[in-house]
Design a binder for this molecule. Structure first.
Ligand code: SF4
Length: 698
C-alpha cells in the first residue's frame, strides 16, 4: 500500500535536545516518511543526518514484543503482578530506600511524571535518578546556585541574533547539528563570530574564528580570567549589578586564579577576552565538556558569572545557554526526575514544598531527603542496599562510568526489571523481567527541548505485539501496589493536566516553571497542541528570563559564585599516562539501539576508534588502523587507531557508542572512573586516565 495519500502528523525527533519538529507519514508498510516541520520554532524544516534517517529505524526486527520473565514469554498480568508484588515485598522487608528506578531522558514528560510520582509520593523514597545525570546535572546545579531555580534564560532565537557565539565543551556541529546550522546561517547573514573552547579540534572548529585548545578541566580558570578582565577593564554593568549578590567576592576570587593553567597561548587568551568583552551580544553555549566534570557545577557558575556581571543575559542575542543532550532532559527536570528534585522545580528538602505536593498528590509516603544519584545508586546496587531495580529506556551496563562494575552489579541485583523497546541491550540481557514499551513513533505525550519549548510527540504507527506506553505500565504497577486512585489515568492528556495544575501551585512558591494556563486543556486541544515555550500562564507565554533583573532567590537577586579552578579527579601516572576524552559521533546516538538500524548512519564511521596524536603514536609504534588496547584500573577497550593532530599530545579521544557482547572491548565507559562532582553528582566522563599500547597490527 502506498502511503502518499495519508496525512502527515506533527511530532518531534527523539534524539538530541534541539527538539526538532518532524512531519511523519506512515508509508503503509510499517515504515515512515520523515521530513522537517517547516513551522517548528526549533528547526524551521531543517533536519540533521540522524533526524532525516528516522524512517530507517522503525523496523520490528529487534523489537521486544511481549513481556518476559526469566527469559520466557509471559502475559502482562503475570509480569505486572510480579513487579508490583516484588517491589511491595522488598519495601515491606527492607524499607522504601531498598528499591530504585533508573530512568531516561528518552521518556516523555507524562511517563516521567508518573514514575516520579510513584517513587516520591507513594513508595516513599527519592531513589529515582536518570541518565540525564550523566548529561546536564551540573547545569541544573549551576542554574539553581545562580538564579534560585533551574532556568534556561534565553531562546534559540538568541543564536540567530548574537554577534559572538562561544562554544564551550560543545561539538555543536555533530551533537546539536540543527543549532549549528542556525549558527552558520547567522554567521552568513550578520557575520557572527564563533569561538570554540575545547581540548580537541572538533568539526565545530572548521567554521570558528578562534579555537582555544585548553588543558582538560581548566575551564574555571579561563572564565575566571575573563571575569577578572571584565572587572579590570570597567566592563561590569553597574546598573545590572544592583540585581546581583556576590559580585565582589567572585571578582576577587577570579583575580586570584591563574589562567595560565589553561596552557593556552597568551595571545589567543587575550584575543578571546578582547572579543568577549568588546561584543555586546554574546551567547555562550556549553554542553558535556563543561558538565561532565568533577568541577562541572563550578564551571557552569564561572560562565554564568561573566554573563551576570555584564548584564548579558535574557536580552536579544545574549546569554549563557546550556544545551541538553537528550530529547526530554528538560522535561525530566520539570517533573523532578532527578533524585534531588521534586516535581515542577520544587525542592525535595523544603518542608513547605513537600507538604504542597503531598496534599496535591494525596501522597501516602514522601521522602524528606535526597535519593541516590546515578553513580551512587549503582554503588548501592553493587553493595546490596538496593534489592529491586527498575531500569527504563536506558542501558547503564554500557553507558555508566565503571561500566563493568555496573554490569556486574545489575547481574547480581536480586530483582531487576527493564522496560525497553528491545531485548538486545547489554542491560536488558540482565533483567529478571522485561517489559515491552512502545517506541518513539508509537507514543503520545510531550517533550521539552533546550530552550523550554514544549512539543507534542504523536503516535503514527500502531503499538506492535503487546507493547504498551510507559505511563500506562508505570500507572498499572502503581495500581497493583495499592495506589489505585492516584494512578487512575486514562490517557497522557490527563497526566499533562495534572502536571500543569501542579505547576501553578509551584508558581505560588516563586518557582519559574509555570504552565498553569494549560491545566484545563481539553483532550482535543492536547491532541492539537502546538509548540509553546514555557512559562505558559494567563499573563505571559515564553520569552526570556532575567532581563528585568528579577531572579528566583528569596531576595530576588542573582548570586555570583566565587569559584576556583580544581584539578581533575584522575591524575596521569606512569601506569595511566594519557587523558582520555570521550564523546559522540555525528551519526550515532547513545548505545546505538536505533541508529545502528540505519545503514546510512552506520556508514559514517562504521567501527569504534581511538584518536591518538602522531608523536604519541610514534613513541608507542602505533600505525593507522592498528588495534590499540586502552587499560586502567577500571577496565579495558580495544579500538582501531586513527593518528590525528585533532587531539593534543598526551590526550586520546574515543566515541561512547559501541556496545554488545561482540564489541565488548569497545565499551568505552568501562574505562571511565566513577568520580563525580560533589554538588551535581555528574561523573567526569571527559577526562579519565589510561595506558595505551599496540594490541595488533592493522
Ligand atoms: Fe533530531 Fe537533534 Fe538532529 Fe534535530 S538536531 S534532527 S533533534 S538529532
Amino acid at each position: 500500500m502506498d502511503g502518499a495519500g495519508l496525512p502527515e502528523t506533527r511530532s518531534t525527533c527523539p534524539y538530541c535536545g534541539v527538539g526538532c519538529g518532524v512531519l511523519l507519514r506512515a508509508d503503509g508498510n510499517g515504515g515512515l516518511d520523515v521530513r522537517g516541520d517547516p513551522d517548528h520554532p526549533a528547526n524551521f524544516g531543517r533536519l540533521c543526518s540522524k533526524g532525516s534517517a528516522l524512517g530507517q529505524t522503525v523496523g520490528l526486527e529487534q523489537r521486544l514484543l511481549a513481556p518476559r520473565i526469566d527469559g520466557a514469554e509471559a502475559d502482562w498480568d503475570a509480569a505486572l503482578d510480579l513487579v508490583a508484588n516484588t517491589f511491595k515485598a522488598t519495601i515491606a522487608e527492607h524499607g522504601p530506600d531498598s528499591v530504585a528506578f533508573y530512568v531516561s531522558g528518552q521518556l516523555l514528560t507524562e511517563d516521567y511524571y508518573v514514575a516520579n510520582k510513584l517513587m516520591k509520593g507513594f513508595i516513599g523514597s527519592a531513589n529515582i535518578d536518570t541518565n540525564s545525570r550523566l548529561c546536564m546535572a551540573s547545569s541544573v546545579a549551576g542554574h539553581k546556585r545562580a538564579f534560585g531555580t533551574d532556568t534556561v534564560p534565553g531562546t534559540y532565537d538568541d543564536i540567530d541574533e548574537a554577534d559572538l557565539v562561544v562554544l564551550v565543551g560543545s561539538n555543536l556541529a555533530w551533537c546539536h547539528p540543527v543549532l549549528f546550522q542556525r549558527l552558520l546561517a547567522a554567521r552568513q547573514s550578520r557575520g557572527t563570530k564563533i569561538v570554540v573552547i575545547d581540548p580537541r579540534r572538533t568539526a565545530s572548529c572548521a567554521d570558528a574564528d578562534l579555537h582555544l585548545p585548553l588543558a582538560p578541566g581548566s575551564d574555571v580558570a579561563l572564565f575566571n580570567g575573563l571575569l577578572a578582565q571584565i572587572a579590570d577593564r570597567g566592563a561590569v554593568d553597574a546598573d545590572y549589578a544592583s540585581h546581583l549578590n556576590g559580585l565582589d567576592d567572585a571578582i576577587a576570587t577570579a583575580r586570584a586564579d591563574d589562567a595560565t593553567i589553561t596552557g593556552l597561548d597568551p595571545a589567543d587568551l587575550c584575543a578571546f577576552y578582547d572579543l568577549w568583552i568588546g561584543t555586546q551580544r554574546v551567547v555562550t553555549i556549553y554542553s558535556q565538556g563543561v558538565n561532565q566534570s568533577t568541577s562541572g557545577t563550578d564551571k557552569v557558575n564561572a560562565i554564568l558569572n561573566c554573563h551576570l556581571a555584564t548584564g548579558r543575559i535574557g536580552t536579544t542575542g545574549c546569554g549563557p545557554f546550556s544545551v541538553t543532550g537528550q530529547p526530554n532532559a528538560m522535561g525530566g527536570r520539570e517533573v523532578g526526575g532527578l533524585a534531588n528534585m521534586l516535581a515542577c522545580h520544587l525542592d525535595l528538602e523544603n518542608a513547605d514544598h513537600r507538604a504542597a505536593v503531598r496534599t496535591f498528590w494525596g501522597a501516602t509516603a514522601m521522602p524528606s531527603r535526597q535519593g541516590l544519584k546515578a553513580v551512587d545508586m549503582f554503588r548501592a546496587v553493587a553493595d546490596g542496599r538496593i534489592k529491586a531495580l527498575w531500569i527504563i529506556h536506558t542501558n547503564p551496563a554500557v553507558s555508566m562510568p565503571d561500566a563493568d562494575a555496573v554490569r556486574d552489579a545489575i547481574a547480581n541485583c536480586p530483582f531487576t526489571v527493564v522496560s525497553d523497546i528491545t531485548a538486545q541491550t547489554d542491560t536488558a540481557r540482565l533483567a529478571d523481567v522485561l517489559l515491552p514499551a512502545t517506541a518513539w513513533a508509537e507514543k503520545d505525550g510531550t517533550v521539552t527541548n533546550s530552550d523550554r519549548t514544549i512539543t507534542r510527540q504523536r503516535s503514527v504507527l500502531p503499538a506492535p505485539g503487546r507493547a504498551r506506553p510507559d505511563w500506562d505500565i508505570l500507572a498499572e504497577v502503581g495500581r497493583r501496589m495499592g495506589f489505585a486512585r492516584a494512578f487512575d489515568y486514562a490517557n497522557p492528556a490527563e497526566i499533562f493536566r495534572e502536571h500543569a495544575t501542579l505547576s501553578g501551585i509551584a508558581a505560588g512558591f516563586g518557582r519559574d516553571f509555570d504552565i498553569s494556563a494549560l491545566s484545563g486543556i481539553s483532550d482535543t486541544d492536547y491532541a492539537q497542541f502546538q509548540p509553546a515555550r514555557w512559562p505558559v500562564t494567563q499573563e505571559r507565554q515564553g520569552g526570556r528570563f532575567f532581563a528585568d533583573g528579577a531572579f528566583f532567590h528569596p531576595d530576588g537577586k542573582a548570586r555570583l559564585i566565587a569559584v576556583t579552578a580544581k584539578a581533575l579527579a584522575s591524575v596521569a601516572t606512569a601506569d595511566a599516562p594519557f587523558v582520555l576524552n570521550t564523546g559522540r559521533l555525528r551519526d550515532q546516538w547513545h548505545t546505538m539501539t536505533r541508529t545502528a538500524l540505519s545503514p546510512r548512519l552506520s556508514g559514517h564511521l562504521p567501527e569504534p576508534f581511538v584518536d591518538i596524536h602522531p608523536d604519541d603514536a610514534q613513541t608507542l609504534q602505533i600505525a593507522t588502523a592498528d588495534l590499540v588496547r586502552l587499560t586502567n584500573v577500571h577496565g579495558q577497550a580495544i579500538l582501531r587507531a586513527r593518528i590525528s593532530k585533532d587531539v593534543q599530545k598526551g590526550q586520546l579521544f574515543a566515541p561512547i557508542h559501541w556496545t554488545g557482547e561482540t564489541a565488548r572491548c569497545a565499551r568505552i565507559d568501562a574505562l571511565v572512573a566513577p568520580a563525580t562532582d560533589p554538588i551535581s553528582g555528574q561523573p567526569e566522563s571527559k577526562a579519565g586516565t589510561v595506558a595505551a599500547a599496540r594490541f595488533a597490527a592493522a
